[in-house]
Design a protein around this ligand. Structure first.
Ligand SMILES: Nc1ncnc2c1ncn2[C@@H]1O[C@H](COP(=O)(O)OP(=O)(O)OP(=O)(O)O)[C@@H](O)[C@H]1O
Length: 445
């Protein structure tokens, strides 16, 4: 493990009774916009990974809606269930729901009694102080944990790769963030982000499919399907719903999102040259003049299938060159002229880092996050950084293990909370009772 641990701020070590003692495992919770990951410290994967989206049923006028958490619950077809999300841009937007989601993640498969387990939670580097205090308050007052720590998810992800000094590039659902880290501490001024993560990519795919009039079918809509030739109309038997029994529009969008993630996994690819991505001809027309490495076929749940050639590069190009993003009047997208691409935010993150440290950091560039699994992405990050910072020291690491890529923040938290030397960093209940939630600013740097 890195030397970063020794440099974290020392405190009076709480007694083993306060932090739960060696025989009690700490819990680790890593809340993201797409997924909430929870598990025991010291383990190498989170035992519980649930969607951060949830279902809300009923709740008109003076009654509260019934909330449904977890894959089984929110994917079931229930009339009137709205799918919502308590997170936005990596931080909590709905403080009524987020703690209920966290409690579900922690208690459904892990711990029946939260008051027995210290809890380490991760947070993005841009989490505002009010949110940090609120998180600590929920941990102690609502969950009644014996000890708590709030760790920066980028620092955790860097520990998961054994690096205390690095440039952490996290390509998640809501955004792409770049965080320079020195000796286990975030260099705050350098933290930069852009709203071009997995959700943006989903909308790029929606935009492209809308431009060629291809509707997105979702699995729940299909009762049975017949194989059809490429580009031929689907021959599927659709599920029929009695009036008033149809799923909501938000349920449909969420189910479409699952198909779009499959599209990202199997068909989408990042352009890596030679040269810049050639301009499109007409939407949907095959580009003859460039070799796009052959097309990739993608089959929608209703059996409709198409071969995607240059289009599979065009839908990803916007994350590097925002002015080339695809746009559609009915599909949200950030401003192509003012939004920074991944190359620009990497350069901006390093702008104020002093020259010697910059060399060390460029020698340890880490790429994580679910959307970083896009085919060809790390090669493009490498070439964009190479242009911005030419020199022999540039070295990019991205684990080939998709599980580690998706759960890097959780995994680092799991490592951190299980280290013997971490005991002195827990904020104990006694300290919380004495100092209140403001202690989070002093202790969880
Ligand atoms: N193989 C893949 N290729 C491309 N994108 C993928 C792949 N697998 C998952 N994704 C996308 O990754 C995103 C989820 O990434 P991740 O789990 O890192 O997000 P998160 O941490 O929950 O979100 P955030 O970082 O915004 O809080 C989704 O948009 C999903 O569609």
């Amino acid at each position: 493990m890195s030397g970063g641990m020794q440099t974290l701020p020392p405190t009076q070590a709480p007694s083993s009774v306060e932090y739960g003692g060696d025989e009690i495992s700490a819990l680790v919770l890593d809340p993201g916009c797409a997924w909430t990951r929870a598990g025991f410290a010291g383990e190498d994967t989170p035992k519980c990974v649930i969607p951060s989206s949830y279902g809300a049923i009923g709740g008109k006028e003076d009654s509260k809606p019934e909330l449904v958490f977890g894959d089984n619950g929110i994917n079931a077809i229930r009339p009137g269930m709205e799918i919502k999300n308590p997170m936005s841009d990596g931080i909590v937007a709905d403080w009524d729901v987020a703690p209920q989601l966290w409690r579900h993640a922690l208690t459904s498969r892990l711990a029946s009694n939260l008051s027995e387990h210290p809890l380490l939670m991760t947070e993005p580097a841009w989490n505002p102080p009010k949110n940090r205090e609120k998180t600590m308050e929920i941990a102690f007052e609502d969950f009644d944990v014996p000890a708590f720590y709030l760790a920066k998810s980028a620092v955790c992800a860097s520990f998961a790769s054994g690096k205390a000094t690095c440039l952490l590039i996290d390509i998640g659902a809501s955004n792409v963030s770049v965080t320079p880290i020195h000796d286990g501490f975030v260099l705050r001024k350098g933290v930069t982000r852009t709203p071009l993560g997995g959700d943006f990519l989903s909308n790029q795919i929606r935009t492209y499919l809308a431009s060629i009039n291809v509707p997105i079918s979702a699995h729940y809509q299909i009762l049975s399907k017949t194989a059809v030739d490429v580009g031929k109309p689907a021959e599927a038997v659709l599920r029929q719903f009695a009036p008033g029994q149809e799923p909501t529009a938000s349920y449909k969008t969420y189910q479409e999102e699952r198909v779009l993630t499959q599209f990202k996994e199997c068909a989408a690819q990042v352009w890596n040259g030679p040269g810049p991505l050639p301009p499109a001809t007409t939407p949907g027309a095959a580009d003859q003049s460039f070799n796009f490495g052959g097309g990739r076929t993608f089959e929608f749940p209703d059996g409709y299938n198409l071969v995607f050639g240059s289009e599979r590069f065009r839908i990803t190009e916007g994350i590097f060159t925002p002015r080339n993003m695809l746009t559609h009047p009915d599909i949200p997208h950030p401003d192509p002229e003012t939004t920074m691409g991944i190359g620009s935010i990497m350069a901006s993150a390093l702008k104020d880092v002093d020259i010697e440290l910059k060399g060390q950091i460029l020698n340890n560039v880490l790429v994580t996050g679910g959307a970083s699994l896009l085919m060809g992405l790390t090669d493009r990050v490498n070439s964009e950084l190479g242009v911005a910072f030419p020199g022999p020291r540039l070295r990019i690491t991205a684990t080939g293990n998709p599980v580690e890529r998706k759960y890097a923040g959780w995994l680092g938290g799991s490592i951190l909370a299980s280290l013997g030397s971490f005991h002195q960093l827990w904020v104990s209940r006694k300290e919380y009772d004495e100092h209140g939630p403001g202690i989070v600013e002093k202790r969880c740097k």
